[in-house]
Design a protein around this ligand. Structure first.
Ligand code: DSN
Length: 421
């Protein structure tokens, strides 16, 4: 792990911010479903001299000299990603998930073409065509939804009807707050019927797919997969695009560079290779399965204690609490109570939420980070109990202080990699 001795001397203000963040991570419970902890090896690679190198182009086809080691690192990242996800082609240069999705739109669509994706309040993502994003000025986005938020079942009949009417060029499977599995085979059949390309944004569940705990959309014939690399996949902050079709791969490579991005961030590309190497190890499968077991155990514990969950449970790493129906509190109010006891979560929309996105009805929680820390089912029960106590005694500062102290003592038994200065 870095010792930060130079930073401590050269920039005490940033050193203070960094050590504050280390303490926050070590003394708190991270339940944000999209967050995780990287290993020491990934962290070392991120903080390395690969940062100093410009590498526009792809391995063997660069616009600058001096690329023998960047080529080596990027090729390893590509080959490991292909093995991990059973893909024929990988582009590991997208800076993040939204740029990966945008690059796919630019690669495969003409202005005015239609994408069909999941409604944001039903679990979709901003970069799947939310009206506030610039992509909606260029492409048309139409929506599909759950037919029953009590189970999470998607209305595939309605999806087919809308697809026949709207003729999407891309049918997009993917989500950032949907606790169930999608039926990729059903979506592929609908896409084939209307001549659409199938795209899965597996950012949230990439590590669970890599760890063979959830189904790989390629197994059902999907054309393109996008992902971030820092959520359940436990790598550096970044994005990636995979395909099994060589022509699509060529278009995607051109769209990422030079179409949309400039030079790749080579320390992140190298760190992706390290993380993919870790995800190829047998222990990662154990991790992926434990994430799902922890989420499902916590869901069952909360429901037994009267908490109302959207879809009444989970098949993956996350749960959405309906805070209005559970406590007559907004998601934001519950997020703030839990913040006071060092439990970090995020407010979230529920399906067709009548409230505003900055103060929605739900709260999203997820198990990837606590599982990396080594927590298992008994710890999920302890965490659930902390949460319920804090919410029940939200008006009582003394109890909140007690809970925070207990949470801190509990967290110190589970070290966060890299959070000790
Ligand atoms: N910010 C990520 C999430 O929390 O789901 C996705 O953008």
């Amino acid at each position: 792990m870095p010792t930060y001795e130079h930073l401590r001397k050269e920039d005490p203000e940033i050193f203070a911010a960094l050590t504050g963040e280390m303490r926050r991570q070590q003394d708190g419970v991270e339940l944000i479903a999209s967050e995780n902890y990287i290993s020491a090896a990934v962290m070392e690679t991120m903080a390395s001299v690969f940062n100093n190198k410009y590498s526009e182009g792809y391995p063997g086809r660069r616009y600058y000299g001096g690329q023998e080691f960047t080529d080596q690192a990027e090729t390893l990242a590509i080959e490991r990603a292909k093995t991990l996800f059973d893909a024929g082609h990988a582009n590991v240069q997208p800076h993040a998930g939204a740029p990966a999705n945008i690059a796919v739109y630019f690669a495969l669509l003409e202005p005015g073409d239609t994408v069909m994706s999941m409604d944001l309040s039903h679990g979709g993502h901003l970069s799947h065509g939310h009206p506030v994003t610039y992509m909606t000025k260029i492409f048309r986005f139409v929506r599909y939804k759950m037919k029953d938020p009590e189970t999470g079942a998607i209305d595939y009949d309605a999806m087919r009807t809308v697809a026949r009417q709207e003729k999407p060029k891309i049918l997009l499977a993917g989500f950032s707050s949907y606790p169930r599995e999608l039926d990729y085979a059903a979506m592929k059949a609908i896409a084939d019927e209307v001549g659409a390309i199938t795209m899965a944004d597996m950012a949230h569940i990439a590590g669970l797919i890599a760890g063979k705990a959830l189904r790989n959309p390629f197994a059902d014939g999907f054309d393109v997969i996008t992902t971030t690399t820092h959520k359940t996949l436990r790598g550096p902050r970044g994005g990636m695009i995979l395909t099994r079709t060589p022509e699509i791969g060529q278009k995607i490579d051109k769209a990422v560079f030079p179409g949309f991005q400039g030079g790749p961030i080579m320390q992140m590309v190298a760190a992706k290779a390290v993380a993919f190497g870790e995800a190829l190890q047998p222990e990662f499968r154990v991790y992926a399965q434990q994430v799902i077991r922890n989420a499902s155990f916590l869901a069952a514990f909360l429901m037994r204690n009267g908490v109302k969950l959207v879809t009444n449970g989970t098949d993956n790493h996350l749960l959405i609490i309906d805070c209005i129906r559970s406590w007559n509190l907004s998601g934001g109010a519950v997020e703030r109570v839990l913040d006071q006891v060092n439990i970090t979560t995020n407010k979230n929309m529920i399906p067709d939420d009548p409230r505003k996105p900055m103060d929605p009805s739900g709260l999203r929680i997820g198990a990837p980070a606590v599982t990396t820390r080594g927590m298992r089912e008994p710890e999920m029960e302890i965490l659930g109990t902390f949460m319920l106590r804090a919410i029940e005694h939200r008006g009582d500062p003394a109890t909140l202080r007690d809970v925070r102290e207990e949470v801190t003592a509990f967290c110190r038994k589970f070290p966060v990699p890299g959070a000790q200065a």
